[in-house]
Ligand binder design. Structure first.
Ligand code: NAD
Length: 255
């Protein structure tokens, strides 16, 4: 992996998730340059300028460059792909398939051509299908195209467990596997609070309620926001994955 001094991270999509990814990655000094690309070029440029000015206060060294030009992404070490429509209340993630499929396919083409050695973290929904599309279209090996879901879904389960048990969320270790949708699998048996199995801390009925709320966790936020979907925790999960990959963090994250 390239040294931090030359590292280039591209965030595709400067919407809620993308701009928050750029902010978190810049504040963590993950790369020398973050390229933020959006079809709304002015939006990408405006957010990049705002983030560069934030560096004067926050003291990070990362330069954020906004663009609408795919050529500007060339030579990236890692992509976080957030471009595409989010859900509206009442929609399932798969309702986004046709529109977001076209968007992700067009992004895959310039990822492959301009950054043939890059690693890609896909965030756009419907996630599992978009990951497969990105992999098929780039021709990249599976280990270089991953989807962001397990870290987020586990974070949601962790929060509900912390609320129910009164624990500090940092002491909760939760695991959710499977597709990013209503069929995801919260694995209560593998959840612990400071090493103590969840099953010793609360009853089965409560665990079932927490698992169900986790499965519907994204929809709960969509319903509250009315327009758009969750972005703070999704961006934090994406940047946590990027950080581990770029820094060879040797930890196990779900993807
Ligand atoms: P948003 O509407 O705020 O932003 C999307 C951005 O993508 C817009 O700025 C739009 O101009 C841009 N865009 C559209 N086509 C593009 C293209 N071809 N190239 C570059 N940019 C393009 O949406 P959001 O809230 O940021 O969500 C983005 C996506 O992430 C949605 O599909 C959402 O469902 C998904 N999401 C996934 C997870 C997850 O767990 N995997 C979590 C949250 C959101």
């Amino acid at each position: 992996m390239t040294s931090i001094a030359q590292r280039k991270l591209t965030v595709v999509g400067a919407g809620y998730v993308g701009m928050t990814c750029a902010q978190l990655a810049a504040q963590k000094d993950l790369a020398a340059e973050i390229c933020l690309i959006d079809i709304q070029e002015g939006r990408a440029k405006g957010i990049a300028l705002d983030l560069d000015q934030m560096a004067a206060v926050e003291g990070f060294g990362t330069r954020v460059v906004g663009t609408g030009d795919p050529a500007a992404t060339a030579g990236s070490d890692l992509f976080i792909v957030t471009a595409g429509l989010p859900r509206k209340p009442g929609m399932s993630r798969s309702d986004l398939l046709e529109t977001n499929g076209k968007i992700v396919a067009s992004i895959a083409d310039y990822v492959r051509d301009g950054s043939p050695d890059a690693i890609v973290i896909v965030v756009t929904n419907p996630l599992d299908i978009m990951v497969h599309l990105m992999r098929a279209r780039t021709g990249f090996p599976a280990r270089r195209v991953v989807g962001m879901a397990g870290v987020l879904d586990s974070a949601r389960f962790s929060w509900f467990i912390a609320e129910a048990t009164g624990a500090n969320v940092q002491d909760v270790d939760a695991m959710v596997l499977g597709a990013h949708g209503d069929s995801m699998v919260p694995l209560a048996h593998f959840c612990t609070v400071n090493g103590v199995q969840l099953e010793h801390l609360t009853d089965r009925a409560t665990i079932a309620v927490l698992a169900d709320r986790t499965r519907k966790g994204g929809g709960e936020i969509v319903g509250l926001l009315k327009t758009g979907s969750a972005f703070y925790a999704p961006a934090a999960a994406s940047v946590a994955m990027a950080r581990l990959i770029l820094n060879d963090g040797r930890r196990l994250l779900l993807c």
